[in-house]
Write a protein that binds this ligand. Structure first.
Ligand code: PMV
Length: 360
């Protein structure tokens, strides 16, 4: 069943007065990008991502049933042990969107404690991992209320709830690769939630992702604004068609273990995402001169070394370097000697493909 009605729980269930749980969720990097959405993070095109391993958000939630049964949930949030009221509006919005599918939340006070494994100001968006970790904690409460919930349905709904907070969060629940957005070639895929994809050749499930932190600051234009600019974008329909074609082509490449075609397709995807920014109205540029320097050097290195170093970008200046584990030694040397200098404060993050949520 692909309809969202499947996520509305039936009445009844156990009465849980107090429950505490802790989950860690990874970030992810899209290989085929989601850019442009309809209401509440329904994507305009399907996407495919690598789940990451080291870049994570860990969130503990204490649910306390409200004594005076009010008809509204309440919240308190700490980041890294310190009260952070500035996070409240985003979390409140997420919970309000979730309420039709988790009405029991209105009976609780939520004490949320969250922390990222990557530096707060690293230019790495934490919304995907943060939303997925919170959704996982909520689904754990749901499991206490409705013990017959299957593990499979718990995961699926977790992705569905995370998507309501941030689209790419739908892909931060499982690994190593996740599909999100309907496409005829993958009948299991859905616009409502991400699904794990296990058909990739082994070489891709051990890929590295070294993230070059070209700019650790806040992006000039948020993803929310960027998605919006795809409405009335002169190339929108062509871009959505391209992404659909790339999705199908990439799955074949991944199944075959074809690393050359992987580089070609993944890099064109990244540049196509940024081409949308360059040609929107108003137009904007998130790449920095150092982003371009890295891209050029990666391409030269790939040609001269024969190794499969590949770049991709998210909606920012930082560069994700993807490469197979068995080539890591030589590529890591090249990164240290030739690319690290382009990073702000020489900072980079070594990550790899991972498996998704973990209960802590
Ligand atoms: O989930 P959002 O709203 O942060 O958008 C993510 C957009 C990209 O990172 C650029 C692409 C993607 O598919 O993750």
């Amino acid at each position: 069943m692909k309809d969202k009605a499947q996520f509305v729980p039936t009445a009844g269930g156990n009465e849980i007065s107090s429950f505490q749980t802790k989950w860690s969720a990874p970030s992810n990097i899209a290989l085929v990008k989601y850019w442009g959405k309809k209401e509440l993070q329904i994507p305009c095109n399907p996407s495919v991502s690598f789940t990451l391993d080291q870049c994570r958000t860990t969130t503990s939630v204490r649910f306390e049933r409200l004594i005076d049964k009010q008809d509204r949930f309440s919240l308190a949030i700490q980041y890294d042990g310190k009260s952070t009221p500035s996070f409240k509006p985003k979390v409140k919005t997420l919970i309000e969107r979730i309420l039709p599918y988790a009405p029991y939340l209105n009976e609780y006070h939520l004490q949320i404690d969250t922390v990222n494994s990557f530096p707060h100001s690293s230019g790495i968006a934490s919304s995907a991992s943060a939303m997925a970790a919170l959704a996982a904690a909520i689904m754990d409460l749901e499991k206490q209320i409705y013990p017959s919930l299957t593990a499979e349905d718990q995961i699926k709904k977790c992705s569905f709830l995370a998507r309501l907070g941030s689209g790419s969060a739908a892909r931060s629940v499982e690994g190593p690769l996740v599909l999100w957005g309907e496409h005829a070639v993958t009948p299991v895929s859905s616009d409502l939630f991400g699904v794990r994809w296990t058909k990739a050749a082994d070489v891709f499930t051990t890929y590295r992702d070294t993230i070059l932190l070209v700019d650790k600051g806040q992006k000039e234009v948020s993803s929310t604004v960027g998605h919006d600019l795809m409405h009335n974008h002169p190339f929108a329909e062509t871009r959505f068609a391209q992404a659909k074609a790339h999705y199908q082509a990439l799955l074949t490449i991944l199944e075959k273990g074809d690393m050359d075609r992987f580089s070609d397709l993944v890099e064109r995807e990244a540049l196509s995402l940024h081409a949308m920014m360059l040609t929107s109205s108003p137009s904007y540029i998130l790449m920095h001169p150092n982003t371009i320097q890295i891209i050029k050097q990666v391409r030269t290195f790939r040609k001269t070394s024969g190794l499969h170093l590949t770049f991709t970008l998210d909606a920012g200046a930082n560069v994700h370097l993807l490469y197979p584990a068995h080539e890591a030694e030589k590529i890591d040397q090249f990164i240290a000697s030739d690319l690290r200098k382009y990073c702000q404060d020489n900072e980079l993050i070594y990550d790899r493909v991972g498996t998704g949520l973990k209960k802590v």
